[in-house]
Design a protein around this ligand. Structure first.
Ligand SMILES: Cc1cc2nc3c(=O)[nH]c(=O)nc-3n(C[C@H](O)[C@H](O)[C@H](O)COP(=O)(O)OP(=O)(O)OC[C@H]3O[C@@H](n4cnc5c(N)ncnc54)[C@H](O)[C@@H]3O)c2cc1C
Length: 308
């Protein structure tokens, strides 16, 4: 892993750095670029702006790796409240939610995570929207796919996430490319051992294209989550090749990253969904985004010392 990336991810676990970031006034602007806010109200405000601009949204209530039943329950309640708000505001048609199973109890007990995810899916159905189960590190992949299979028995529209950096993912894409299957394909965001994941970025990109072909040639609904300009152009070419109409697949990007490209794709008639995180636990998420891109980090560090 790049040394700067390692350093930033380490800072993500450091309490002193966390306090500095949370209190430095200019840093708040940087946080606001990537995170919608700490409350459901703030998330709804950002969502409305994006939806009014012709984009769809997936909202993520930040938090992960819960080892406390009460916290897992609090996360479920936050999603239920959010879904109610989206419905009341008339936003549910264009806004789904993304859920990390580790935030609803997966590390404690897979059954608890399944029950909690089911409660969120049932509420999403009532509100007229959908849920995607985020994918986390490779030690959770089998468990997450088991929970996915189980919730899809009642709610077949539940979205899966597959990570192109994992060597297993092409097989998973083929298995999940059937009719109606919503699958988000991303590169993958965790530090994984070479035994299970491609270490070389070029290998990851090649596997992304192989997986995209598998999804586009199937009968499901692929969701291509990437900011990579080369991959975006390969996907649009492959979609034409497979006679995919815009709207039979979608592009997904993170809130605050390449907003002009999100606009350009939507203006050209493509379906584009923006992944919008919110909640009090924004710090770890922010550090992962900064670790991905040195230019963001330089800007962020300058803002912390007041020169940006
Ligand atoms: C909607 C969405 C959902 C996701 N869900 C998950 C998940 O459930 N599990 C998971 O492990 N990961 C998830 N990810 C994260 C993903 O796995 C990657 O870590 C992240 O998207 C970076 O990969 P990338 O494809 O954008 O390519 P990268 O290799 O990071 O970037 C490729 C190129 O994209 C452009 N680019 C990237 N960032 C920027 C920027 N800030 N500004 C301008 N250009 C930029 C640059 O040209 C860069 O060279 C998700 C990502 C998205 C977009």
């Amino acid at each position: 892993m790049h040394p700067l990336r390692t350093l930033i991810l380490a800072a993500g676990a450091n309490d002193a750095v966390r306090r500095l970031v949370a209190t430095a006034p200019v840093a708040r602007d940087v946080v606001a670029r990537f995170v919608a806010g700490e409350t459901a109200d703030q998330a709804v405000t950002v969502t409305r702006t994006l939806v009014d601009g012709g984009l769809s949204v997936s909202l993520d209530y930040l938090g992960e790796d819960t080892t406390d039943r009460a916290l897992a329950e609090q996360t479920v309640q936050s999603y239920l409240l959010l879904l109610d708000r989206l419905h009341a505001e008339g936003l549910a048609g264009h806004t789904e939610v993304s859920v990390k199973l580790s935030a609803v109890g997966q590390a404690l007990d897979e059954r608890l995570a399944l029950d909690n995810a089911s409660r969120i899916c049932a509420a999403a159905e009532q509100c007229g929207t959908t849920v995607t189960l985020d994918m986390e590190d490779h030690t959770t992949t089998d468990s997450t796919l088991r929970v996915l299979a189980e919730v899809r028995r009642s709610w077949p529209w539940v979205g899966a996430v597959l990570q192109a950096y994992l060597r297993r993912t092409l097989d998973d894409c083929v298995a999940l490319s059937g009719a109606g299957s919503r699958v988000r394909l991303c590169k993958g965001a965790y530090a994984e051992p070479e035994g299970v994941a491609y270490a070389d970025r070029h290998e990851v990109d090649l596997n992304y294209v192989r997986c995209a072909n598998a999804l586009l040639s199937g009968n499901g609904y692929p969701m291509f989550a990437t900011h990579d300009p080369r991959l975006v152009s390969v996907i649009s070419e492959r979609a034409l090749w497979y006679d995919r109409e815009p709207g039979s697949y979608e592009y997904q990007m993170l809130y605050g990253i390449r907003p002009d490209e999100q606009r350009r794709l939507a203006d050209s008639g493509e379906a584009v969904r923006v992944y919008v995180p919110y909640g009090e636990q924004w710090y770890g998420y922010l550090m992962r985004r900064l670790a991905e891109r040195p230019a963001n980090t330089a800007f962020f560090l300058r803002s912390l010392v007041g020169t940006a």
